[in-house]
Design a protein around this ligand. Structure first.
Ligand code: GRF
Length: 219
């Protein structure tokens, strides 16, 4: 695969439409935000496949409504996580996926899969990482009593929510908030920064230097 090289790592394939493979376990509101950004024309990419571990995930229905291949891969159908991951990789390869987009995918992908797609897997997490990794991040932040919460788009490495940070957005925690109202406010920011981060990738503007992701100026 042709890669851009300009001194630091840039995993973007040049001169080709970026095809996204979205992995989602639930309602798929981030998938929807990505699809809307594509429809609006400012995110120049295409969703080639949506994969879920949950047959009832609404994300799959959203994909089908737009004639995007929507595939369930049941973890129980595989004797090991490695083989489950291998099936996801096979599907991604079959759809010529360049960038894997985790959008509420509730499973941890193994090292082999992550190394294969190195620099080409993104995740959105509903906290200002490195604070509150793992599940129920909005509630963790709320219970901790923070005054500022937020969300993070990051590249995926083999840790849990530990990869290099691409974009973050902060939201205030207001008097009278509940974990749910806070989560809603965070989600609105997720819908803004996830398509934006993917667009930066598509423009070849993400340069990875160790833990730091530099954002190159617009060409
Ligand atoms: C989002 O809050 C995201 O940050 C987290 O899972 C949730 C997915 O929501 N990783 P949706 O399925 O995109 O609506």
């Amino acid at each position: 695969m042709a890669r851009q090289t300009d001194g630091c790592e840039n995993f973007r394939t040049v001169d080709r439409e970026v095809i996204l493979g979205v992995l989602a376990s639930g309602r798929g509101s981030n998938l929807e935000a990505i699809l809307e950004a594509i429809d609006q024309g400012w995110l120049r990419a295409r969703v080639g496949v949506v994969i879920s571990d949950q047959p009832e995930a609404y994300a799959l229905a959203r994909a089908r409504q737009r004639d995007i291949p929507a595939i369930t891969v049941l973890p129980g159908g595989f004797p090991s996580r490695r083989l489950f991951d291998a099936q996801i990789r096979r599907i991604c390869e079959g759809h010529r996926i360049e960038l894997v987009v985790l959008a509420g995918f509730m499973r941890v992908l193994g090292e082999e899969f992550i190394n294969y797609y190195q620099g080409r897997i993104m995740n959105i997490h509903p906290s200002l990482l490195p604070a509150f990794p793992g599940r129920d991040a909005q509630r963790q932040a709320f219970d901790y009593g923070v005054k500022v919460a937020g969300c993070t788009v990051h590249l995926v490495d083999t840790g849990i929510d530990t990869g290099p940070i691409i974009l973050q957005a902060a939201v205030p925690v207001l008097e009278g908030d509940t974990p749910d109202t806070l989560a809603e406010r965070i989600l609105r920011e997720e819908h803004r920064i996830y398509p934006e981060a993917i667009s930066l990738y598509c423009q070849g503007r993400l340069q990875i230097e160790g833990r730091r992701v530099r954002i190159a100026a617009e060409r």
